[in-house]
Design a protein around this ligand. Structure first.
Ligand code: ME8
Length: 527
């Protein structure tokens, strides 16, 4: 028996000093689509997410609330996971970096890199903000006009002992890796940015902090804690066993994709691979830096960054309760290009929801089922060969499906969904309008049955292709009929390779007590 293909993917771990918003959710949904797609295609998948807890900001927030830092982190980890579950994010493990297993893994890693000679003692000189309790970069201060951008107070010059990671020594190895692995950094603009950054030279990084209680102790000098980014990146290996289950670690590492936002590319594409090289570990296969979600201000039309101070933060639960988790997933995957930036506004959300989900997909589903129930007692008797040619017009179904798969594998989710609508659902709706099965049922039942049979076929194909995107809707559509392939087993090629033709197509749904079929997506009035 051949070994099953493995697929290990991760998202960025979030800072829990504030709650998840639609931007952070965007990343998790993009990763979830990939995880669900790979599982569907027969991969053994491990999907890791988590929270990044060892920061001063988190400790400070806990103090403000009068809580112990660990208790605060645990509470926030629950709140984050409640949101991720509400969005059907199918992660396998949620790592908290305050977990002792993560601490042990980090200490082991740091000791190893120290023993291999890539960490050395030194002094860090820089501009320190007493309010933030952290150093600010020259650029941050310059851009804020000589003061701390947060506190608007002048920083003080300060120097303290530290340990450096010898990042500069990895410049040639990194450039060589980018060249030999052109797919390592995606999309292309991010790859170009990283290459020019690394070409312009790298500086050694201070990877310790002195005088902090919260954080992971440096194994070879307990006066220090590990700098939060050095520790955070290591979650990708400690989350699968590094330092506590070596066999498991070897089974899953290296990662197939790290999903991250465009703002943290440098850490993932320069620092992280250099850390792994220093430890003698293999590098991840792909880092995908997605775009950002911005808020479109409905009054002014301005496109704004999501920010507490602008008061424009939209929490995922607000949208989920007004619409649904499926609508949420659809909007962000269809409206915001994953490799690029996108926008959110309530009015645009309602527009996309009504047009694509309530009308296009929802109407097709309810029209077809209502006719089969009303005129055929839910049963298209006899056997027919699928003849989808008429529906899909010029387009070859197999080519369409493979194109959709290619887009998903490249994380171009918007294009994948566009194709499903453009080549499957729109043509199916046009076919229905052309053939008018609601009239045909009164004139020629067999002709009407033929049309409905073909429309059911396009619903089946739609359900399969939507499985990674809209897991609930796809399953509901698929399970509305007696298709021979089990839903759990279904994969993309089933769209055009039939396990066996369906005889006696049966509709398995029944109208509610009011005689009406529950709509897939009830229409929402736009205020
Ligand atoms: O950066 N649109 O945490 P974080 C899309 N802890 N993505 C967004 C976004 C937006 N408006 N705002 C944030 C961190 N993100 C670190 C990561 S990984 C070892 C450590 C994305 O809570 C952001 O780009 O600030 C990042 O990938 C993730 O959300 C978490 O952001």
């Amino acid at each position: 028996m051949s070994e099953r293909k493995r697929f290990y993917l991760t998202t960025a771990i979030d800072y829990p000093n504030s709650r998840p918003h639609i931007g952070t959710a965007f990343e998790k949904i993009g990763a979830d689509v990939q995880a669900r797609y790979r599982r569907m295609e027969g991969y053994d998948v491990f999907f890791l997410m988590g929270n990044d807890e060892n920061t001063v900001k988190v400790a400070r927030r806990a103090t403000e609330l009068g809580l112990a830092t660990k208790a605060y982190c645990d509470e926030m980890a629950q709140q984050f996971q409640d949101v991720w579950r509400a969005l059907d994010i199918s992660y396998d493990y949620f790592i908290q970096t305050s977990d002792p297993r993560h601490h042990e893994g980090c200490r082991k890693f740091m000791q190893l890199v120290y023993d291999r000679g890539y960490i050395y003692a030194g002094t860090y000189r820089g501009w320190y903000c007493e309010g933030c309790e952290s150093f600010k970069t020259e650029t941050e201060i310059k851009e804020a006009g000589g003061v701390c951008p947060v506190h608007r107070t002048p920083p003080v010059e300060r120097s303290e002992p530290c340990y450096y990671f010898a990042l500069s020594r990895f410049q040639p190895a990194l450039l060589d890796y980018y060249e030999r692995h052109p797919d390592f950094i995606q999309p292309e603009p991010r790859r170009n940015e990283v290459i020019s950054l690394v070409q312009s030279g790298l500086q050694d990084v201070n990877i310790t902090r002195i005088g902090q209680d919260w954080g992971i102790r440096v194994p070879f000098d307990e006066r220090f804690t590990i700098y939060v980014w050095f520790d955070a990146l290591l979650n990708y290996i400690t989350g699968i066993g590094y330092g506590w289950d070596e066999e498991r670690f070897r089974e899953w590492w290296p990662a197939d994709i790290h999903f991250i936002g465009k703002d943290i590319t440098r850490f993932h594409c320069a620092l992280w691979p250099a850390m792994l090289l220093a430890a003698g570990l293999p590098l991840p296969r792909r880092v995908f830096a997605h775009g950002w979600v911005y808020i479109k201000n409905e009054q002014t039309g301005a496109v704004e960054k999501i920010s507490k101070s602008l008061g424009n933060v939209v929490e995922p639960m607000e949208i989920i309760t007004k619409f649904s988790s499926e609508a949420f997933r659809y909007y962000f995957m269809r409206e915001c290009p994953f490799p690029g930036d996108g926008e959110f506004s309530w009015s645009r959300f309602a527009e996309v929801y009504n047009a694509d989900l309530a009308n296009n997909l929802g109407n097709l589903y309810s029209r077809v089922i209502t006719l089969i129930l009303r005129h055929f007692e839910g049963h298209l008797a006899g056997s027919r060969a699928w003849e989808p040619g008429e529906i899909y017009e010029e387009q070859d179904l197999e080519a369409t499906v493979q194109q959709v798969q290619g887009y998903i594998e490249n994380c171009e989710y918007q294009l994948a969904l566009q194709r499903i609508w453009q080549y499957i659902l729109d043509p199916a709706n046009r076919y229905a309008d052309r053939k008018e099965p609601w009239k045909l049922v009164k004139q020629d039942l067999e002709a009407a049955a033929r049309v409905l049979f073909d429309l059911v076929e396009s619903l089946r194909v739609t359900a399969i292709l939507l499985k990674p995107f809209l897991p609930r809707t796809a399953e509901r559509i698929y399970r509305s009929f007696n298709f021979s392939r089990d839903w759990q087993q279904v994969r993309c090629e089933d769209c055009y390779v039939y396990p066996r033709p369906v005889d006696d197509l049966r509709c398995l749904v029944r109208p509610g007590p009011d005689g009406k079929l529950a709509p897939l997506f009830p229409r929402i009035e736009i205020r």
